[in-house]
Design a protein around this ligand. Structure first.
Ligand SMILES: Nc1ncnc2c1ncn2[C@@H]1O[C@H](COP(=O)(O)OP(=O)(O)OP(=O)(O)O)[C@@H](O)[C@H]1O
Ligand SMILES: [Mg+2]
Length: 326
């Protein structure tokens, strides 16, 4: 296996809240190599954003983060703020769902990219501006030299998201984290933004973490995938293996909720995820699982290798033999 540029081990995040301690991330591992696109999927509240905000050092002071986040051989958990700040936006950067919140309305987009470049590189204004124009071209903005002089409100939603991606890749990061970068956009624009992300990954060998609710997006662009549920990875592996023979009942539920040819309606998984203020001692999916048995509730199942995947279901083998792969 290629060496990981980002390697996360046993990441745990708890928040102090007025209701008590909320366990948002409960032991997550991530590995991603240069040039790879890792899809992270799971329903709302499963800990996708919090995991990667923790890796970026962007969580509020109410969060306690433990575990290890190694970026290109450098440990970020517990590292000095100055080091984390010097890495953020340079070696690792993040794109969010809402492009407007990432842009300053009163500054021209070119100047915002220049600022991003100059915050990490000693480079004069003229050169940085030329680089900003080049970046706008890379992300597919027509007439980039004109557009660089315009303000965010002069851009459509999709074009703004391209600008945000240009800012995120301005310093050639090794890892680009895209947190639902297309959710706020309409379908054709979504496809264009995914193409831009793929182009970045192919041209610069950037490792991309693509967080999404949408398994269809993962199938189209990702190489590997982590399925998250209740703050844990419940299954991970190559996209091909995962779609070919999903083993965890939650993954199977997600896949069967994908619209298929001839079937118009989604089949949602019944029930709700557990309350993370008091997560159950056993498998988080057990209360919703069609194959639950008593021992599922006893302790947290760990990820174990199963048919080319890593799966955290104690019944994976049995369900396969029993043909219960519904
Ligand atoms: N700042 C915070 N303070 C307290 N709890 C938080 C905070 N941020 C997130 N959480 C909680 O942490 C859990 C994980 O949230 P997270 O945002 O990672 O979910 P997600 O998988 O990204 O969901 P979505 O798909 O809706 O974006 C949720 O229970 C959420 O309410
Ligand atoms: Mg999120």
């Amino acid at each position: 296996m290629a060496e990981s540029v980002l390697s996360i081990r046993d990441l745990r995040v708890t928040f102090q809240t007025q209701m008590g301690e909320l366990c948002a991330v409960r032991g997550v591992d991530v590995d991603i190599a240069a040039g790879e696109i890792l899809g992270v999927v799971g329903e709302s509240g499963s800990g996708k954003s919090v995991s990667f905000l923790a890796a970026m050092g962007l969580l509020p002071a109410t969060a306690t983060v433990t575990g290890s986040v190694m970026l290109d051989g450098v440990e970020l958990i517990g590292a000095k703020k100055k080091l984390v700040r010097s890495i953020r936006g340079r070696l690792m950067s993040m794109v969010f769902q809402d492009p407007l919140s990432a842009l300053n309305p009163v500054h021209r987009v070119g100047d915002q990219i220049v600022e991003m470049i100059q915050s990490h590189q000693k480079i004069d204004e003229t050169k940085a501006f030329a680089r900003a124009v080049e970046l706008l071209e890379i992300v597919g903005i027509p007439q980039p030299d004109e557009r660089a002089k315009q303000y965010p409100h002069e851009f459509s939603g999709g074009m703004r998201q391209r600008v945000v991606i240009a800012m995120a890749i301005a310093n050639n990061p090794k890892v680009l984290i895209a947190d639902e970068p297309t959710t706020a956009l309409d379908v054709t624009v979504q496809a264009q933004i995914l193409e831009v992300i793929q182009r970045v990954q192919q041209s610069f060998g950037t490792a991309v973490v693509l967080i999404t609710h949408d398994l269809g997006v993962i199938a189209r662009v990702a190489d590997s995938v982590n399925v998250m549920y209740a703050g844990r990875n419940v299954e991970s592996g190559s996209v091909q293996d995962l779609f070919d023979h999903p083993s965890h009942p939650y993954t199977r539920g997600l896949l069967s909720s994908l619209p298929q040819e001839g079937i118009e309606r989604l089949v949602p998984i019944a029930g709700f995820p557990p309350n993370m203020l008091a997560p159950p001692p056993g498998c988080g999916f057990a209360p919703r699982c069609p194959h639950v048995i008593q021992s599922c509730n006893a302790s947290l199942p760990s990820l174990v290798p199963f048919e080319g995947l890593m799966t955290s279901c104690i019944r994976a083998d049995e369900l396969r033999i029993g043909g219960l792969r519904s």
